[in-house]
Design a protein around this ligand. Structure first.
Ligand code: NAD
Length: 279
């Protein structure tokens, strides 16, 4: 491997090219048949990780597995299941344990129903908790002890920029996902001394079918064209475009690597500069 010697003051450092190498690591990625979860799974496999991927639809999940295997040659196991159902979560955790217990856990999930506060019933709030927070807690409880025992682990939860800057018409996401931030900080403090890091990612607007669904919702509510609805969603992004799922994946791969061993308890935006507030 090429190297260069650089003299900085009295210290001599040998610099080698940086490369994220996750070979020998197993990652569980939930909600991974498409969208952000799929993009993250692809990038982790490209970095050398083997995978267990989850989503509700077994057929879509198998297609995702074939695409990732073909591209990367990595081992990919499937664990179909609905993240809102406890019995399915038990099965997902069992599959992950059977193949060796994940070193890396990336949590994504489905999107909650769009709506303003008074559009939503209590059943929507119950379901949002079951979808956005409950499976993150359940799977973490199942997977964390092995990470602690191994003295190495990476937990990365997907939340949303909406927890810093509430988004119009997404009351459930704005409110319920804040629990993920509490989970990140709580766990980072409790397990950081065991070589386990716990971080969160706050996507802005990433071009997936979820964003297309949100655009259709704006179109129906506000009587504007689909193109106008999509351009409203992307307005105010300094990068001038929507993000790509893989751009979340690159951050996940970095957080999952040893380069990020001193980053713990962080909530990091991937938003093309969309966040307006300072903190
Ligand atoms: P997507 O619709 O493209 O993909 C969602 C994935 O989740 C699919 O694989 C689907 O099968 C799976 N899924 C849905 N419900 C599930 C369930 N109950 N159990 C198991 N799997 C389930 O969506 P996306 O854009 O990739 O969004 C992923 C998450 O990120 C969502 O919670 C979304 O609200 C959130 N988010 C997305 C954006 C964005 O801009 N795309 C921004 C912030 C937050």
């Amino acid at each position: 491997m090429p190297s260069a010697t650089v003299i900085t003051g009295l210290r001599v450092e040998t610099l080698v090219p940086l490369e994220i190498n996750l070979s020998g690591k197993l990652a569980l990625v939930t909600a991974a048949s498409r969208g952000i979860g799929f993009g993250v799974a692809r990038v982790l496999a490209r970095a050398g990780a083997d995978l267990v991927i989850n989503a509700r639809d077994p057929e879509a999940l198998r297609r995702a597995r074939e695409a990732i295997r073909e591209e990367t040659g990595r081992h990919v196991e499937v664990a179909p299941g609905d993240l809102t159902r406890r019995e399915d979560l038990e099965r997902i955790a069992a599959v992950a344990r059977e193949v060796g217990g994940p070193h890396i856990f990336f949590f994504s999930t489905g999107g909650p129903r769009p709506g303003r506060f008074l559009d939503l019933g209590m059943e929507d709030w119950d379901y949002a908790y079951r979808l956005l927070l409950y499976p993150a807690v359940y799977l973490t409880r199942e997977l964390l002890p092995a990470m602690i025992e191994r003295r190495w682990g990476r937990i990365i939860y997907l939340a949303s920029l909406a927890i810093k800057e509430p988004m119009p018409n997404l009351a459930l996401s704005n409110v319920v996902r804040i629990g993920i931030a509490g989970l990140v900080r709580t766990l980072a403090r409790e397990v950081g001394s065991y070589g386990v890091t716990v971080n969160g990612i706050l996507p802005g607007i990433i071009h997936t079918s979820r964003v297309e669904e949100l655009a259709r919702d704006i179109q129906a509510r506000e009587g504007v064209s689909y193109e106008e609805a999509l351009s409203r969603l992307s307005s105010g992004i300094p990068a001038g475009r929507l993000g790509r799922p893989e751009e979340v994946g690159y951050l996940v791969a970095f957080l999952a690597s040893d380069y990020a061993s001193y980053i713990n308890g962080a909530m990091i935006p991937v938003d093309g500069g969309r966040q307006v507030s300072v903190f």
